[in-house]
Design a protein around this ligand. Structure first.
Ligand code: ATP
Length: 352
């Protein structure tokens, strides 16, 4: 998925230049896909059932935050079924004709992956309904009273739709998926397993303590864990003996400005501004954004989701407020007016 401002090391969005690095680390089969046991088991049943019957499985909708493995799962679905895969995204399909061209070029059983499916234009979405249901599309030729609809057949296929915002999907669209899977944030222990797997592929030696150090700062997100591993590997090779242990991981992540909770410079700047300049809030988003020299969109879409999930910032009707956890994370004593908040943030539970 593309980011509003994809840059930081701990951004869950993919940077364009890291697609090769990501491809190297992508699991190819369901058995290699780490964690997400419920979705994995359900998918396994769906795929094996379809294979036994010799027909394509129902359409699959995958929801979850960026970087949790939706694209990877779509690729795995096509690999497990042994069929072709076409990749596109909602925003890339500007006209329904673009989608008709893709649909009519699919071979029998192919998987069509549409990322950010909630961002597809309405006419294209309507065309997709009949393709999903009846394997048929009506392509309208001409305009006004002379316009004619030409029906075209589409080979039976499986649509895998991915969305970070399941709530934005229209009812008719959601109803056409026979399987809906939600990907949760990963536990640190699961990310440690993932990091050891990635380290093996990259040929870098990582100690258990080194993996723990990186996993704890990865915001529950495989994409971030793999990215931090690549940066820590650089440090280990240039400034140490190549082995990623806890000391090396800590020193590397200090250089890259990623703190114990996985906050980067901008996240901390937001908290520092809230606490030091605005007495902990409430303060409006635009004022906060000006205080840290960023666009409101960047603060809202890049920083805040994690700060909220980490229990450090609250969005209230009167504005943004620093929680007691935020004061403590910055090493300050929370004022008595701030409720004490959760003892430790629960970073890894995510509800759709
Ligand atoms: N369960 C997993 N096991 C191993 N690696 C994983 C897992 N989930 C994700 N990854 C790795 O994390 C990276 C990001 O995954 P992926 O591109 O599938 O995320 P996504 O949910 O599609 O993100 P976006 O919403 O931004 O498109 C990939 O390199 C992938 O290999």
């Amino acid at each position: 998925m593309t980011a509003p401002e994809a840059d930081g090391l701990v951004s869950a969005y993919a940077a364009p230049e890291e697609s090769d690095a990501e491809a190297t680390l992508r699991p190819k089969r369901l058995s290699e896909f780490i964690a997400q046991h419920r979705v994995r088991e359900q998918l396994e049943l769906l795929l094996h059932g379809a294979m036994r019957r010799g027909s394509p499985p129902d359409h699959i909708l995958l929801s979850g935050s960026p970087g949790l493995g939706k694209t990877t799962l779509a690729m795995i679905v096509s690999a497990e079924l042994g069929v072709g895969l076409r990749l596109t995204s909602g925003p890339a399909i500007e006209r329904s004709g673009d989608l008709a061209a893709i649909l009519t070029s699919l071979s029998h059983g192919d998987v069509l992956f549409i990322d950010e499916i909630h961002r597809m234009a309405r006419p294209a979405e309507e065309l997709l309904y009949s393709a999903m249901e009846d394997f048929r599309v009506d392509v309208v030729v001409g305009k006004g009273p002379g316009a004619t609809a030409i029906p075209l057949d589409v080979e039976p296929f499986t649509l895998v739709g991915a969305t970070t915002r399941a709530g934005l999907l229209t009812g008719p669209m959601r109803d056409r998926f026979g399987f809906v899977g939600h990907l949760d944030f990963y536990e640190p222990a699961e990310l440690e397993v993932l990091l050891h797997r990635s380290a093996r592929i990259l040929g870098v030696q990582v100690t258990p303590e080194g993996a723990t150090e990186i996993a704890g700062r990865s915001r529950g997100t495989p994409r971030i864990a793999n990215r931090l591993l690549r940066r820590v590997r650089d440090f280990a090779e240039v400034r140490a003996d190549g082995v990623v242990d806890a000391t090396v991981a800590k020193a590397a992540l200090r250089v890259y400005d990623v703190d114990d909770l996985g906050l980067d410079r901008l996240d901390r700047a937001v908290l520092v501004a809230l606490v030091d300049s605005f007495g902990g809030g409430p303060v409006g988003l635009s004022t906060l954004a000006v205080a840290v020299g960023e666009q409101p969109d960047t603060v809202e879409e890049v920083c805040e989701p994690f700060l909220v999930r980490a229990g450090l910032l609250a969005r209230t009707p009167r504005g943004r407020v620093a929680t007691a956890g935020a004061w403590r994370h910055l090493g300050r004593k929370p004022p008595a007016t701030v409720s004490s908040g959760p003892a430790a943030p629960d970073l890894f539970s995510s509800e759709p």
